[in-house]
Design a protein around this ligand. Sequence first.
Ligand SMILES: NC(=O)c1ccc[n+]([C@@H]2O[C@H](COP(=O)([O-])OP(=O)(O)OC[C@H]3O[C@@H](n4cnc5c(N)ncnc54)[C@H](OP(=O)(O)O)[C@@H]3O)[C@@H](O)[C@H]2O)c1
Length: 230
Amino acid sequence: MRPDIIINLAAMTDVDGCEDDVELAEMVNVNGAECVARLCNEYGIRIIHFSTDYVFDGKKRIPYVEEDTPAPLSVYGRTKFLGEKKVLEIHPYPLIIRTQWIYGNGRENFITKILRVAEKEGRVDVVNDQFGSPTYAKDLAEPIRLLIDLKKTGIYHVVNSGICSWYDFAQEIFTRKNMCVDVVPISSTQLKRKAKRPAFSSLSTEKLKRDTGYILRSWKEALAEYLNQI
Ligand SMILES: NC(=O)c1ccc[n+]([C@@H]2O[C@H](COP(=O)([O-])OP(=O)(O)OC[C@H]3O[C@@H](n4cnc5c(N)ncnc54)[C@H](OP(=O)(O)O)[C@@H]3O)[C@@H](O)[C@H]2O)c1
């Protein structure tokens, strides 16, 4: 095969698992990204590499722009950031897409999980101190195709519009599904997870809008379409 473009989605994405196996996280998220970038460079293939809001520490109170300095809190965030750096160093015209809180068809995600728990228990505990933008995987396709067509390079943030907490997200899911569920707000510390998550990691899509004219629809609209399908 002689592809024109390689979209690299491969990663060790188990955020807490990365804390347990730092070496593997580095192998996959840093060295893996490096290998793909090297091969793409060698064969003149464009590379689209996926990254994450977890490169930021979440201390900012307005959405992060591409120029903000990453300060990851977790092994996952650090290795994804180092992966970005490798791709940018090695490849002369890479495109890095940072996104967050993805859900989509064909696999388990926050929505399918929370619906399952709610149906069984009638109650769910959801963190209300982490803010971001839930993003429908389907909605990434069009802006990424535009970025490719316009031969854009560098880092771009691509997420659905609007900001909410996981708690708000859960409330919206049950409202749309007409389900009566006891949604209990909890703090991140109550979950006792190994990896720290950024408290506020909303990503600004102003650069995408400026360079392509494209604006992603709101997370609520995208969620409504997704819920109609499942
Ligand atoms: N999901 C999100 O909310 C989110 C948010 C921001 C950024 N991202 C980024 O988006 C990308 C895709 O995420 P996702 O949620 O779709 O993750 P995912 O479901 O965990 O998919 C990751 C893929 O990477 C593959 N992979 C893992 N280790 C590999 C290795 N050593 N060699 C080859 N392939 C390997 C996995 O293959 P197997 O299935 O065979 O293990 C899997 O298909 C990642 O780069 C992630 O960092 C995701």
